[in-house]
Design a protein around this ligand. Structure first.
Ligand SMILES: Cc1cc2nc3c(=O)[nH]c(=O)nc-3n(C[C@H](O)[C@H](O)[C@H](O)COP(=O)(O)O)c2cc1C
Length: 375
């Protein structure tokens, strides 16, 4: 029976254990450039089998929040090089999460102050996070988006490809395509945000076309074995809605099975909320989702997330329900989460007031068990 602490391969990635740091936006990269302290933050957590960075914009148009990092300018990539070097020196493995926010943005963050782009011109009932010129942060309604022209879609796919190449050149071991949480790819997937009548809207096949084109481009560019993807079949985050999530995502994983991906990362339930959250007329069946992937020949590692603790993660890996378990908030507060899980705790409690924005406090000053013993 595998345990959380056994090594495992995910495509070309050799992981020292099955504990993954989930992607966590921290809004500490002014001008979209990761600072030196970000290298410290990730290196402190390098005992995870895999680190997934915070969502990182593939283009200026893909930006939706203040002070989140990018992968499209030389200074951003230099910042990431410091991070990948520090993590590798600490013995870790790290991929970056490729992000285009679509409609979850604000004109003040867009090139030329333009409207954010989306599958359809439907405004999300959602907030973004802005920082004013005096440095104070606040949440604001997302702006009215404009529908992408069909002639603009190849350019977006090319941005994903370019960002994946840039990530590998900056030392990342691979990338995770962010297709979750109501951002651009998920906006195309879900009927609530996609009412297009062209080849990218209507049927499930059409709504999954952007996802498929992005996966094809990224895997061709850097190799499927270094590519993972994150999906969130029922989360309502960022006003994401579809009333047939099982049919939609069973199809999505069958598409993914055509590529020899490193892993498929599934958020179970509402991201950061109820694991049994339901959209549509029946509960989502994650075992059926995995069976659909396997039956279609999918070989990637199966990664799960949302509200796991040591006991539930251990049971999930031991029973074979998943190969990898990603932890979000526990990793914010516990740089040595792997060791703490091994010892059965104790665990530091995450401080929500320092999640988004700020400096070193709540970022790199959570104590390890060793720090606590020395104190
Ligand atoms: C502060 C914070 C930032 C997050 N940023 C991201 C992100 O950048 N990309 C993403 O896919 N999910 C993001 N999430 C969701 C987490 O990856 C994860 O799905 C969620 O916290 C549930 O896992 P947990 O119960 O282990 O915390 C974020 C969550 C939190 C609390």
């Amino acid at each position: 029976m595998p345990t959380l602490f056994d090594p495992v391969k995910a495509g070309a990635l050799s992981l020292s254990n099955r504990i993954v740091m989930a992607p966590l936006t921290r809004n500490r990269s002014p001008n979209a450039v990761p600072k030196p302290v970000t290298a410290t933050y990730y290196a402190q957590r390098a005992s995870a089998g895999l680190l997934i960075t915070e969502a990182t914009a593939i283009s200026h148009q893909g930006q939706g929040y203040a002070d989140v990092p990018g992968l499209y300018a030389p200074e951003q990539l230099e910042g990431w090089r410091r991070v990948t070097d520090a993590v590798h020196e600490a013995g870790g493995c790290i991929v970056t999460q490729l992000w285009h926010v679509g409609r979850i943005s604000h004109t003040s963050l867009q090139p030329g102050g333009g409207a954010p782009v989306a599958p359809s011109a439907i405004r999300a009932k959602a907030k973004t996070y802005l920082v004013s010129s005096d440095g104070t942060g606040s949440f604001a309604d997302t702006s009215e988006p404009r529908a992408l022209g069909i002639d603009e879609i190849p350019g977006i796919v090319a941005d994903y490809r370019r960002a994946a190449r840039a990530a590998v050149d900056a030392g990342f071991d691979g990338v995770e395509i962010h297709a979750a949480n109501g951002y651009l790819i998920d906006q195309f997937l879900r009927a609530g945000s996609n009412v297009r009548t062209d080849a990218y809207g209507g049927t499930i096949e059409n709504r999954a076309r952007l996802l498929q084109e992005v996966v094809a481009a990224v895997t061709e560019e850097i190799g499927a074995q270094r590519t993972g993807i994150r999906i969130s079949p029922v989360t309502p985050a960022n006003d994401a809605a579809d009333d047939q999530p099982q049919a939609l995502f069973d199809y999505v994983v069958r598409v993914l099975a055509r590529y020899e991906l490193a892993y498929v990362h599934v958020i179970e339930g509402a991201t950061g909320g109820a694991r049994d959250h339901q959209q549509g007329d029946r509960p989502f069946d994650y075992a059926v989702l995995r069976e659909a992937y396997a039956a279609a020949g999918g070989k990637g590692a199966w990664m799960v997330n949302n509200g796991y603790d040591g006991a539930t993660a251990e049971e999930t890996v031991a029973s074979g329900k998943a190969d990898l378990v990603a932890f979000g908030k526990p990793f914010i507060a516990n740089p040595d989460l792997v060791e703490r899980l091994r010892e059965g705790g104790p665990f530091n409690v995450p401080d929500k007031t320092t999640f988004y924005g700020g400096g070193e406090h709540g970022y790199v000053d959570y104590p390890t068990l060793e720090d606590a013993r020395r104190a």
